[in-house]
Write a protein that binds this ligand. Structure first.
Ligand code: SF4
Length: 376
């Protein structure tokens, strides 16, 4: 038994060593790209440039996203020359699992190390209807929301599309062991997606591709802090992706206190943009509302919400604030959330209360990374 354990540890460390060697190659610029960066059109272009048939791109996509291989050598219907080319120029796996915390409720929080040593978080949540993955889109975040652990660690850099795709693929490969699949993806982890617009949109196209993971657009949700230019551009795309907006208060002075973006993209400017978005997309909006005891849970807040929501097809997703280490706010009880929820209902406002996930494992977005960065 002891020998088996030793052999297992040795194999694992060998795998990490080989993996790191390939990683170093990216840093030295020896490898051109990360394959998950490429959408189907770009892989088609790659085939044409290499005098290969265009349809081979679909085969590569199938290997990557449907058969979910970890090695180009497993792509057995490609010729040897193409396999060698891909192997010499591209990398599939790019995340190193630093830690994995499993909550009593089944939520799993992953801390991944990137090729440059930066850390990101990804969360796997189990709902009644299936698994949902919450991905990060940046290392850190510049939006500075007062209630958010990520906002306290400034943005270091944007994530590439591949680094966002890899988060979904890593978790999907874990689920493959029990023949489960990712049903929903929410871009709601560390980072502001519209501050990394091109890479995030490319990521959506890749996971949405029918030749790839084929995750329906309606199963993808992008959450923004309310960057007006991003919402406008996003409206122009013919995607059926859900849009969520972190509102947290419909009173400008309060919202500006907790979300610096509101000083520039304030509610008066935001409202017409949201109306135009809805006119164009016909999609229902979600307003995230982190309930902060004594701050945005008063009658006056409900009156403001009612007025802001006029003309919009939207609902409020109440998120109970739950961070015992926060100096600015205190955690709110579930009962207070129900009280607020009922008051919204009484005022004709559609609302839900978000289910608590992983409260016992550094629950709030960015907490795990923040804790680790402080320790390092
Ligand atoms: S809540 Fe989102 S946008 Fe605000 S600081 Fe945190 S990660 Fe950034």
């Amino acid at each position: 038994m002891k020998m088996i354990v030793i052999a297992f540890i040795w194999l694992k460390s060998l795998k990490i060593k080989l993996f790191k060697r390939r990683y170093d190659k990216i840093r030295q610029g020896d490898l051109m790209d990360l394959i998950y960066n490429l959408n189907i059109n770009e892989i088609e272009q790659l085939m044409i440039t290499n005098n290969e048939k265009k349809y081979k791109a679909k085969q590569i996509f199938e290997w990557l996203y449907q058969k979910r291989v970890n090695n180009f050598k497993e792509m057995t219907n490609l010729n040897k020359k193409m396999i060698e080319y891909l192997d010499n120029h591209y990398l599939i796996n790019i995340l190193i699992e630093e830690s994995k915390l499993i909550s009593q409720d089944g939520t799993i929080k992953y801390l991944f190390k990137l090729s440059d040593g930066n850390l990101i978080e990804t969360v796997l949540m189990k709902y009644d209807h299936g698994y949902s993955v919450c991905v990060s889109s940046q290392v850190g975040c510049n939006m500075g929301c007062l209630f958010c652990a990520s906002g306290k660690l400034k943005k270091v850099r944007d994530l590439s599309s591949a680094e966002i795709v890899a988060q979904v693929m890593y978790l999907q490969k874990e689920l493959d062991a029990t023949q489960q699949r990712v049903h929903n993806v929410v871009i709601m982890g560390i980072g502001e997606p519209f501050d990394n617009y091109d890479n995030v949109i490319n990521f959506i196209k890749i996971i949405n591709s029918p030749f790839g993971l084929a995750l329906g657009a309606r199963h993808i949700t992008l959450s923004t802090s309310g960057i007006i230019e991003g919402i406008k551009k996003f409206s122009e795309l013919d995607l059926q992706v859900n849009l969520a907006l972190s509102l947290h208060s419909a009173i400008d002075s309060k919202r500006s206190k907790i979300m610096p973006i509101n000083k520039k993209d304030h509610l008066e400017l935001l409202k017409p943009v949201l109306l135009a978005y809805q006119k164009k997309t016909k999609r229902r909006l979600t307003f995230e509302y982190i309930l902060l005891k004594g701050f945005n849970d008063q009658d006056v807040d409900i009156v403001a919400l009612k007025s802001f929501l006029k003309g919009l097809n939207a609902y409020i997703n109440i998120i109970p604030f739950n961070d015992i280490n926060d100096k600015n706010f205190i955690s709110i009880k579930r009962n207070d959330c129900y009280y607020f929820y009922q008051k919204l209902k009484d005022n004709g406002i559609n609302a839900t209360i978000r289910k608590d996930f992983g409260n016992d494992i550094a629950a709030a977005c960015g907490q795990l990374r923040a804790q680790r960065e402080v320790k390092l």
